[in-house]
Design a protein around this ligand. Sequence first.
Ligand code: IMP
Length: 444
Amino acid sequence: MTVTIVGSQLGDEGKGALVDLWGGDADVVVRYQGGDNAGHTVVEGGEEYALSLVPSGAVRGKVGVLGNGCVVNPRTLFEEIGTLRERGLDPDVRVAKRAHVIMPYHRRIDGIEEGAKADSDSGVEVGTTGRGIGPTYEDKAGRRGVRIGDLLDPEVLRERLEYVVPQKRALVEDVYGLEAGEELDVDALHEEYARFGRRLREEGMVVNCSDFLYERREAGDDVMFEGAQGTLIDVDHGSYPYVTSSNPTAGGAATGTGVGPTVTGRGEVVGVVKGYLSRVGEGPMPTELDGDEREEALASDIREKGGEFGTVTGRPRRIGWLDVPMLRHATRVNGYTGIAVNHLDVLAGLDELKVGHAYELEGEERLSLPATTERWGECEPVYREFDTWEEFDADAVSEGGYEALPGAAREYLEYLEDQLDTPVHAVGVGPDREQTVVRTNPWT
Ligand code: IMP
């Protein structure tokens, strides 16, 4: 049995809480894309752990795997594992040999390219997390990347570095006219990354991901695929170029782990939806609350109440009403078997509540997204108003179940079920993992 958890919007939908909740029933939790650009806070035994790379399952005594579709920064990986060990945990993390390595020059180039885009006035600045994600995936597609398996063989690692580093140096020095530093010193890189390779081997952390997951499934293990980021920042299905460089959508669970789509597709695919919308970084957001002072004050309330500040970067997130055309797109792209709607508590007590039901573009009403970001930016939302609901006791509602939710909140959820033709499996009503109304457990 497999369960795939996917972000339906722009990331930060609160996937971590669901992965926590349902990951408890899994034996193995696998990330299939992205790297240390993701951020999730795991609360376990009253302790809070902020992680960006280690799969949250590894904090709970599960096996946490970073699949071949991930990009792995070994510095971050060992730093996070070190912090967890200092706090008395013993995380079991495995890394795919086919996963690509984020090298220090990738981070440097990420920063340089973002700066160049900003200076160019071209409007293509993405607002990346600066973790070197894009440049690493570029090298993967360009067949000049360094993979985890390469770190295990010092000679191969040297060959890879001797080919690629002079190119990166030329980019930094000759194209951008900047000074190269340690991040472009082959010997220093070789020393540090061969050391990481030895450590990965000694600690038994490297796996052939596809074989490993096959064997675990044959032995009867349940596997959860944990998507990072969200559908609208998917490099194929998102608002290109304001996207990350991987596939957070459900198809990525197959290509990013080596478990075939007939297997992942027989399992459950749950889309996580935040009850409103947030965005970090650039790009269109038709339902953004930024029209006037009143809207800005509302956005600021929601931001504070929902803790809408980047986990990785601390940046305040842009806030908007729920965008339903975006969710129709996400439902089609991911093939959801159910959705989980989060943060209904954040919407409680508002004076007004709207959703972007459709878009208007050139006088026509549209129910889904245009394929180009420029056209998407021209869309005007067609709003629907909903009755608001009062603040409620999250613990009592979690215990009382779906019927204990305020009637107006249930109407909101049922509207979504109807529009997306997908059942609501769970509803997040508070920040704690337990503060979730579960209607359907995807494992059963
Ligand atoms: P990158 O992944 O660092 O290359 O950033 C590309 C875009 O994806 C930027 O707009 C980031 O803000 C966004 N992004 C990357 N990771 C996350 C995430 O975990 N949550 C929300 N946005 C993200």
